[in-house]
Write a protein that binds this ligand. Structure first.
Ligand code: AMP
Ligand code: FE
Ligand code: FE
Ligand code: ZN
Length: 301
């Protein structure tokens, strides 16, 4: 949950080598970030990053605009996706770096997830409206960019626009959390299947914030092992949602399974407290990711 771990501030990289600052997890208006892809790139330059990954939920929609901005502004761009996965009701997020965006199996999985997200959002809104919460499908759609991946943050934005809550976090706390009566799930592939599809598309799969879940809903070691056997490449160990115990555990797990260790901000613009560069990734790890990827190249300025 945002806010539980004190922010180290916008310009402090916890894992920082020389003058290289690499942040491999951010969101734009192509999903539930609040800034356009080109603006995220601009903010990354301002924050002093040398490499940025754009990883919108279940889409590559922001890649083109972000690539143009990266070339214009002189920063390296790792094109990525954060794929929603699910096993027995538990949500697992999988970062996919540099996959072929036209790989048919990947395209099909992403489209299926986005379509299911649309239906599920309508169902959540209907349940909320029935209880008198002032939200409509139209007011929520107005918050989603054309073609973008719709999510609960857009319901929150509609409630903010209506003056019902002050910010997204309040909407989540009151109505949108995973254990809310209004929560409706959506289709998402099994995490092992997702790892296999990402690899088939030439991408590099890394589990996003594996221990951000609350009360035992963390990604269990046995599932990480299963995913590793299927081709998982790394764990996002350094993340705002991980306390010192989580970092210790996940770092040891990564070592024992020979997985890469990344650190990232999970920036969502103004939608969350996460600041660009608050956690970063070692240059050698990015090199390893680039060496494994065959689906797409890092955009060079
Ligand atoms: P969804 O993808 O529709 O299941 O919604 C989950 C998304 O909501 C996550 O990717 C987060 O970015 C966002 N989110 C979760 N909790 C909060 C919160 N308390 N405040 C703002 N955004 C949140
Ligand atoms: Fe998000
Ligand atoms: Fe996530
Ligand atoms: Zn994310």
């Amino acid at each position: 949950m945002p806010g539980e771990v004190a922010s180290p501030g916008p310009s402090v990289g916890r894992h920082y080598a020389g003058d290289v600052a690499i942040d491999l997890h951010t969101h734009s208006t192509a999903s539930d970030g609040t800034e356009a892809p080109g603006v995220v790139v601009q903010r990354a330059v301002e924050a002093g990053l040398t490499t940025l990954a754009l990883t919108d939920h279940d889409t590559t929609l922001g890649w083109a605009e972000a690539s143009d901005a990266a070339q214009a502004l002189g920063i390296r761009l790792v094109r990525g996706i954060e794929m929603s996965c699910s096993r027995r009701g538990q949500s697992i997020h999988l970062l996919a770096y540099l996959p072929d965006p036209d790989h048919p199996a990947l395209v099909a999985e992403l489209a299926r997830a986005r379509e299911s997200r649309d239906t599920r959002l309508d169902r959540m809104v209907a349940l909320m409206a029935r209880d008198g919460i002032p939200v409509t499908v139209e007011s929520v759609r107005a918050q989603v960019e054309n073609g973008a991946t719709a999510g609960r943050p857009h319901i929150a934005d509609a409630l903010v626009a209506a003056g019902v809550v002050a910010h997204r976090d309040e909407a989540f706390a009151r109505w949108l959390g995973n254990d809310s009566r209004y929560y409706v799930g959506h289709y998402a592939p099994d995490p092992v299947q997702a790892v296999v599809v990402v690899r088939a598309a030439g991408g590099v799969p890394v589990i996003a914030h594996p221990w951000s879940g609350t009360r035992g809903r963390v990604v269990r070691d046995a599932l990480v092992e299963e995913m590793a056997a299927g081709g998982l490449a790394g764990l996002e160990v350094h993340h705002r949602d991980h306390d010192a115990d989580a970092v210790r555990h996940l770092a040891a797990l990564a070592r024992s399974l020979d997985l890469l260790v990344t650190g990232s901000s999970d920036y969502h613009g103004e939608g969350k407290l996460n600041r660009l560069g608050e956690f970063t990734t070692e240059p050698a790890v990015l090199e390893a990711i680039e060496a494994l990827a065959t689906g797409a190249a890092v955009v060079q300025p």
